[in-house]
Design a protein around this ligand. Sequence first.
Ligand code: PMP
Length: 306
Amino acid sequence: MEKPKYIFLNDEIVPWEDAKVHVSTAAFKFGTAVFEGLRGYWNEQHQQMYLFQMEAHMQRLQFSQKFMRFDRIFDAAYVTEKTIELLRANEFRATVHSMTTVFVDGFGGPTVCGPVGLAITAGVRAEPPLLSDGCTAQVSSWQRVPDNAMPMRVKCNANYQNGRLAGLQALADGYDTAILLNSRGKVSEGPGMCFFMLRDGVVSTPHTSSDILESITRSTVLELLREAGIETHERDIDRSELAAAEEAFFCGTAWEVTPVTAIDRLKVGGGEVGPMVRELQDRFFAIAKGESPDHPEWRTPVYELS
Ligand code: PMP
């Protein structure tokens, strides 16, 4: 990611170099922070950037802050306003990935709940080659953290060490990424993305009690598939079913809709990116970028056009 000019930190936009947090904060010491990753899609023809599903991201951020019992909760309107101000200040004219982090800026032990800080970063990211070529996945020997230990439903920074272990193991073993199973041995999700598979004309994805993040892209994709007349199931997926998938993909804000072409070195279908995933990608990007007028409620324009 390119280094942006400005970052938003604690009520002001500051130069990138000046966005610093003390090493004694609970955020630094214990990972006491929650975050959202979101995308601003650039539309060249409209000369406009569209934040994708901003309202849903803000709702989830509210939930994460409440769940973690932070002293202060930044409301959705304020965070949206500041995100737009930051994107404008950086004068981005390309698709960006932005991260909103609410963190415990106070000193003390793991139960400290304030004061609470807000940081927003954004930068241009090159399109990953996996998006067109697809990726390979390893079913990890690391188990997804169960909800009654540390809920993945809450987008807490500390949660991400679980997926990091799985991701690093997958890379060390020559795969692009991992699929984690949950404590019941069922398919959960990737380190930072949800999983879908096509089998016998039906698209299935693990249900929301599978120790997954309640992904916004997952909900988006379910809606787009249903609109396309494709039957969808949210259910338990067994590990052995992965070998029977005709097509598969990961989805998430960062991963968008990324095809999976092999799992544990067994080809998914013929090992090529399939037509269901390609069509879904086309539809997803057309809507996210505003090339299609459908679902305007999912797009928040960033720039004021004269
Ligand atoms: N699962 C995890 C663990 C994630 O971190 C993400 C990325 N936020 C996702 C799934 C996908 O969620 P979303 O579509 O809301 O980005």
